[in-house]
Design a protein around this ligand. Sequence first.
Ligand SMILES: Nc1ncnc2c1ncn2[C@@H]1O[C@H](COP(=O)(O)OP(=O)(O)OP(=O)(O)O)[C@@H](O)[C@H]1O
Ligand SMILES: [Mg+2]
Length: 400
Amino acid sequence: MEDSSKSDFDDIFETGDIFADRELLRVGHVPKLNRVVGRDEEVREVGSALGPATQGGPPETIIIYGKTGTGKSLVTRCTTREAHRKALENSSSFQYSYIDCSDYQTEAKASREMAQELCENLGADVNVPRVGIASSDYRDIVWELLDEHGIESYVVILDEIDKLENNEILRSLSRARESGKSDAHVGVICISNKIGYRDRLNERIDSSLQDNELFFHPYDANQLRNILENRRDAFTEGVLESDVIPKAAALAAQEHGDARKAVDILYEAGRLVEKAGDEMVTVEHVDDAQTKAEVNRFRELISGTTPHVKHALRALALLTENTTQDTFRTHKIYETYKRLVQQEGGDVLSEDRIYRLLKEQSFLGIIESNHTGGGLGEGSYLEHRLLGDSQVVTQALTEE
Ligand SMILES: Nc1ncnc2c1ncn2[C@@H]1O[C@H](COP(=O)(O)OP(=O)(O)OP(=O)(O)O)[C@@H](O)[C@H]1O
Ligand SMILES: [Mg+2]
């Protein structure tokens, strides 16, 4: 009797000795407040908005803006978690729900997530139906939970709020107490990396909110270096060549000081070494990891979009790669888009729809769209340009 089959395959799970704790470098990992580097002032501001809520009072509502990877989600989540701890210490009952609106874009889905998160944080044994009830019914579950558990202060974090289809949730939260839905003090933290969203939001909300804006500025290379140094223990001691962290920080600083990119480059560099079965992470690995990190980022950017948007972006990437230009009129992109869709035997959207989808992508920071005056008698038209590297875009779309 032989039982060699087991050991034959054992090595496919081999991970090597590069990482000591890879979780520290994973996207979505929320480190402890003591790993947050160089955001003391921002932590303090969020803390002071939540301060009253840690004593059973009303939290202040704030809006946080800043470019991608500047620590908005991190600081907010860590500080809110800390506020919860502080409230316990004060014997006050504080609760919160965190909603990443890019995952829950409709009013119903986001409202459900709000209820679900509250349930989990309360450890309540309530069945929140997956479908079949109205958005306001999900919110009623929230009010009931707050009531039943005697919650004095409740904060909802609406992350990536620009992805939300409408502002009903915001409206209902800001009126919860005066409309008698809830006895709890309710506050909201809105987060967005779209500065253009400011005007859209300002039209719809109370002007008092506009005093509570908080901007997160991009990191410089030094700060990025500190952030990475603070996660060095993700790696086994001694596997990082001395220039690895400075190099990863410098690459991420080049664009606009994006900490997510810095962390991701470092992780992907480690992964490359792990896959190759090598022993040391070198600056060459960091260079190779940069492209991978860019592809990851772009994939994340387009993850919630429809196939038509993806076809249109692929069309733009194709045009960019195969010509000497980098800006193209809507009509030109549309022709290529049509060809791509027809090759796959799909239904083609109208040119007007594609025009509007492209404009939306411009709002989302994936492409840049500008009005340009045409020649004599041509009128003005919209021209589009990919913001990322076309090869990165193509690779990300192919991996999808
Ligand atoms: N000050 C910091 N200290 C330690 N790690 C940080 C810091 N700022 C950001 N990071 C890390 O960088 C990554 C991105 O940060 P975060 O998710 O907070 O960015 P963001 O501002 O919310 O970006 P986006 O607008 O794209 O959502 C996370 O992995 C986070 O842990
Ligand atoms: Mg974020």
